[in-house]
Design a protein around this ligand. Sequence first.
Ligand code: SF4
Length: 755
Amino acid sequence: MAYDIDMIKKVYSQMADRVNKAREVVGKPLTLSEKILYSHLWDGETSKAYERGKDYVEFAPDRIACQDATAQMALLQFMQAGKKQVAVPTTVHCDHLIQAKMGAAIDLQSANKSSSEVFDFLESVSNKYGIGFWKPGAGIIHQVVLENYAFPGGMMIGTDSHTVNAGGLGMVAIGVGGADAVDVMAGMAWELKFPKLIGVKLTGKLSGWTAAKDVILKVAGILTVKGGTGAIIEYFGEGARSMSCTGKGTICNMGAEVGATTSTFGYDDSMERYLKATNRTDVAEAANAVREHLTGDDEVYANPEQYFDELIEINLSELKPHLNGPFTPDLATPISEMAVKAKQEDWPINVDWGLIGSCTNSSYEDLTRAASIAKQAVDKKIKAKSDFGINPGSEQIRFTAERDGLLQIFEDLDATVFTNACGPCIGQWDRSDRKGDEKNTIVHSFNRNFSKRADGNPNTHAFVGSPEMVAAIAISGRLDFDPTRDKLINEDGEEVMLDEPKGIELPTKGFAVEDAGYVAPKEDGSSVEVKVAEDSERLQLLTPFEPWDGENLTGVKLLIKAFGKCTTDHISMAGPWLRYRGHLDNISNNCLIGAINAFNKKANFVKNQLNGEYDGVPAVQREYKKAGVPTIVVGDHNYGEGSSREHAAMEPRHLGVKVVLVKSFARIHETNLKKQGMLGITFANEEDYDLIQEDDTFNFVDLEDFAPDRQLTIEVVHADGSKDTIKANHTYNEPQIAWYRKGSALNLIKEQNAA
Ligand code: SF4
């Protein structure tokens, strides 16, 4: 599986010097998060103390992980960088494109058929550029990363928001967009706003029905879905040390649900045990040698209120099991209060499905605790009232669970064991029992429970809980069941109770697997041919964007003046369009179709100035492109907020839009526009937005002198011949202007590589 021990040893060999220097410059004891951040600065050495929540800082991550849905465009872009190999160890994981329906064997076969060209593409690109490839069925990205690649004190980025799971093994691991991953693959720095720090002090010890999952369900209730935004959550205290490494992974995983940049824990014995159990004794020994740098300074944890921006304290001995939901992961209800709450809120009481697994809760400990409940149903002659579905997180965990009889216990309850993949967690669930939009309830041990997330039904009430609680509720078939208090009636008509769950942290016989599903890349992949069919509707090789000719842009027609909120979802919708994430021309047919036209307040209905007719945005823009007419998109505040998907910048660029002029940008989208060679600028005077009319033409007066900190002047010509001259600001620095000149950041990288 080739984790890179030399790279890890190199990180550790630099750690003492870098941490000591950072402590000196910052002038106070350091949290773990700061130690990892400061020891991964792109320049190698701390020259100043960064202001949390304010300064943008360049980092050098140690690893990259990509999942199949996002890797397509990331790798298509990387192919243009002109590199022979990725600059940083990288893996690709096929997990999102596999539907759950009949069970693993049949479902995997279907996915291998329906998405074969995408999987083949990802495998061949991986082979060519030195990327480790995990084939369909190998497992879910974050579980596979935890089992194989995560290491204490490391920094990782991944093209998936739950990359943060690796914090369970003491990393700073952060979800990013594909364009960021491409930069790092190509050997460039990665930029992040220096995060704020939230400390969570855990005291006491988990017991009974309370699980690690309940810690994050509780934290989500406290912080809400936005409370962690721009912050790293750092857990510490005796309670943290008393928990398993995989339990820590669960907590970090769901840090994404409170918007946190990431979450992490200091290195401890549980991590050492996990590293050794997953055949990484050398990593554990290397970590032991720098142990003091892999956790926060003693003074920080002794007086945390002085070192964290916010502090939460949770006593694990008093923590109660929770269920969070429906429709939002921060609606936390203790199990003991669910009966009253569900009645008040009119949530459907009967539970149709209990789903266990996903990247969030697939550990050996999770499965043994849930199985200890499931086994009681058989032993005590209780017939499970709900259907069971199991999504193991990896082939290693599935194989081990099968060997140890855990899967058989679930199968005795007629559970369906789905592929080691995301399945119902990402809406890849062809649910057999309900096809309409009837109101119903499911419980699962996943992380997200937004409307439609699991099965596409907006009326499915999904509740998130620990695997053992999901098992208990699914057996009872009732949302208001509290296993600490309530009895069930068995097949003999007797009243029985479920005993508390019992788990085993790590398999006593060790983990086992026959074929983990890993495909190592060739050492020299230069002869590998990457195949993309000319007529493919899902994949398309990218053509480099045209460089700027150095002239002023003139005769630029208004494509759309977007009204109000215009997020990346408005610019490049998800849902059914996910299918085309690897085909720029096809996915460009969703370009700006969600944006509201300021002149008629309709979505996807804009005037074609060439013929005066109205049509959809992509159709009108394609007409302009065919006629060789440059266009501009005008927008309001925070244009491009939402996800970091680069498609929102690539699509308009591909279709021939030359300029995006707005009141203000969401920062990541602004950077994405710059990287793709688009001119992204802001009104110097916000009120000038109101001057823009439907038939306007724009002439740039001084773009030829494009330079940092220099405003641009634009003449706006209205249909009646009258003119306004407006000023625009920009934030391009010299290197970014070079991207613009070359047509994209990738074009520049390619040219530098060729030189
Ligand atoms: Fe994302 Fe769910 Fe897959 Fe985890 S299991 S990677 S949360 S879709």
